[in-house]
Each structure stands twice: as C-alpha cells, then as structure tokens.
Design a protein around this ligand. Structure first.
Ligand code: MN
Length: 387
C-alpha cells in the first residue's frame, strides 16, 4: 500500500520522527510517523533492532547508521509498503520513546531566569553572577519521565509560605508547568564532549513539560536546588524529531565572550515555535530561538568535568520564555507569581487545579520549505493522594 500524506502535513517526508507504538494485542516497537500513518519499521525493514520497546538499541548504533536509516525510510514512505507495516495514527498507542538513562534540566532562557529571579528574590539582581558564564542546570529523576497522555497526580510535600511560622505538609497549591525542549543523546561517550560533537551525538529532540510544584520548590531549593518540587513527574512528547530534520530551523546565536570549552565555531539555536494550551485555550507562544545557551553548549558543559554520557540521556533546555508576556513558558511567570491571574475559559486562574489539562505543541521550518511538527506533550492533573 502507499501512504497518502496530506498537503501541508506537519509530518511530511521532511520530518519522519521516530516513536514507540503498539496496536491492540501487540508489543511496543519502533515506528516512524508519516502523515497520519505510523510505519512499523521492524515489519517494513525486517530488522529486529526496531522490534525493541525503545529507541535505545537503534540510537546506540550511531550517527552513520541513523543517516542510512533516514535515507531508507524517506524512500519507503514514498513507495509501496506491505499492508501490515502501516497503521493509522489514531489506532495506535504511543509509549515512552526511549529508556531514559540520566535526566538533566537546564535553565537556558535569560527571560525566564530573570523573571524567576525577580519573583523568588525580589530586590536582588535578577540573574545570579554565574548565569552568563555557564548553563545552569540540575540532575533530575530519570525514572519519573513519562510519555504524553500520562495523568499527573498532584504532589504532596512541605510548604511554608513566607507569612507562616512553620512548614505544613499537604498537596501543592502552586502546581505549574514548564514548556521546554529536550535533547536525547543517541551515542554516549566516556570522555567529555565538545560543542562540535553535538550534531553527531544527539539523536533528536522532544517536547518536555517539567511539572513544578512552586510552593514545595520555594521552601526546599536553597542551597542544593530543585528536588521534590520537580521529581514527581516530567512529561515528554512521543515523537522524537531527528536532528537531521531540524537543519532548516537552525538560527545563529550571538557569539559571546565565553570560556573556550563553551565556544562554538558557529553557535546555533533552533527556530522552534511552541504553543501552550490550558484546558484547550492557547495561553502562551514560547519562542525557542530566544534561548541564551545553545544545545551544543549545554552538552559540552554537562560533560566538561569528565562525566560520561550514555545512550538515552535526556537533557532539557529549561523553561522557554520570550521577551513578551504572552511568550512565557511557565504559569508562575505568566501570572507573575499568581498576582496577575489570567482568564482561562472565563475563570481567573494562576496555578493548576485538579482536572486541568495542559497541551504543549511546536512547529519549526522544514527542509522542504514547509513546516514540521513535534506533535504534543499533554497531561491532566488528578487530585492528590492523601491520608
Ligand atoms: Mn525545568
């Protein structure tokens, strides 16, 4: 059979993202999305590396192999395919695309970091002295990275508002999102990676929602950084957009006076436009091209101390915020700590309520002159489990 790709599809032949899918009664395996179809790669190519329930074995084969498979898949989707290798996207279940090895979250948006500085440390310099010298980050919890569509249980923890004398335990009252982009290390290294290693070590990118309990975070984060306010769940989109598909989305990043290991011959970022919908209403359009630190700089910094990398390592950009108010990628910024609620479906809202649903989507320029899509990362808030 042949796949019909509708004109203007965000999943045209210039995208071809990888994911892990199953159909009723079958085991999860690797697929590629083309238009509104999913191509079963194990069935189409007869290669067992794609019968795995994660992209890791394929990613571990390295850059040359990724390029060969991408060329082969590009031919496949424009030709005749066996009927058993093609499924309508509406009839498959998507799974976590990778086995997450380590998870790191950066803080690479100057607009976001400055806004959070103003909110968390009023009266002080918005950016800490280190911020423009290194990409600030923290190690997150790989085991609680979940695929889009997974419900998020409101976390419980210690909270202590500034005007209370002692901490209390209970469900978070300031549950928030962080709209981010995540990069997946395809082939790791025992040695430090340089900025020039980025393009052939990183396999692709996904959307990330780094759910954040701001009240738990505000009480716990000094001096060691985010912990239980973040580690309960991090959602990622199911389709991994290959780095090769993002060639036309490259945009220059201004050259800056940095230590040599953070310099790039031609620093580049990505012109990816995100959109955040809260209960179906678009509330923000965060622009990835505004990020201060580039993906390659984040990778070089992550490994400069000798830390090794592995297939399946995930590092996220941190909240993506632009200069305009409607470009802020977290509700704490969008509503200025809750002081300026926004209207969602006719109601003033600051933070997430039980039953709320957030969906983050993104598009970018594609190499064929059109646009490509990342799909979405979606999650709904369930009430806290108490007692
Ligand atoms: Mn984050």
């Amino acid at each position: 059979m042949r796949i019909e790709i509708p004109d203007g599809s965000l999943f045209g032949p210039a995208n071809l993202p990888y994911g892990v899918f199953s159909t009723p009664g079958t085991a999860p395996r690797v697929g590629v999305r083309a238009g509104d179809s999913v191509v079963d790669l194990a069935a189409a190519l007869g290669d067992d590396v794609f019968a795995a329930p994660a992209l890791n074995p394929f990613m571990a084969q390295g850059f040359e192999r990724w390029a060969r498979v991408r060329r082969r898949v590009t031919e496949l989707v424009s030709g005749e395919l066996p009927g058993n290798a093609v499924h309508p996207v509406g009839e498959v279940t998507m799974h976590l695309p990778i086995e997450v090895a380590d998870y790191v979250d950066f803080y690479a948006s100057e607009h976001h970091a400055a806004n959070l500085g103003r909110l968390f440390r009023p009266g002080a310099e918005p950016l800490m002295p280190n911020w423009k010298h290194l990409p600030v980050g923290y190690h997150g919890r790989a085991g609680t990275v979940v695929v889009s569509g997974t419900d998020i249980v409101r976390p419980c923890g210690q909270r202590k508002p500034p005007d209370e004398p002692a901490p209390a335990f209970g469900p978070s009252r300031r549950l928030d999102i962080e709209a981010e982009l995540g990069f997946i290390v395809g082939s790791g290294s025992a040695k430090p990676l340089s900025t020039s290693d980025f393009a052939d070590r990183v396999f692709g990118a996904v959307l990330v929602n780094d759910w954040s309990a701001r009240d738990i975070q505000a009480w716990e984060y000094v001096p060691l950084g985010p912990f239980l306010g973040k580690s309960f769940a991090t959602s990622i989109s199911p389709w991994v957009v290959p780095l090769a598909a993002l060639e036309a989305a490259r945009v220059p990043v201004p050259a800056r006076d940095l230590l040599p290991y953070l310099r790039e011959r031609e620093p580049w970022g990505l012109d990816i436009e995100l959109a955040v919908a809260w209960n179906g209403q678009q509330v923000s359009r965060p622009p990835y091209r505004e990020m201060y630190w580039s993906p390659a700089q984040m990778l070089a910094h992550l490994t400069v101390n000798g830390a090794s990398t592995r297939t399946g390592d995930l590092y996220a950009s941190g909240t993506i915020s632009g200069p305009a108010k409607d470009q802020r990628g977290a509700f704490i910024e969008l509503t200025w700590g809750g002081a300026e609620p926004i209207e969602v479906a006719g109601e003033p809202r600051s933070f997430l309520e039980d039953g709320d649903e957030v969906a983050i989507t993104a598009t970018a320029p594609a190499t064929d002159g059109g646009r490509l899509g990342f799909g979405e990362v979606r999650g709904r808030i369930l009430p806290a489990v108490t007692g």
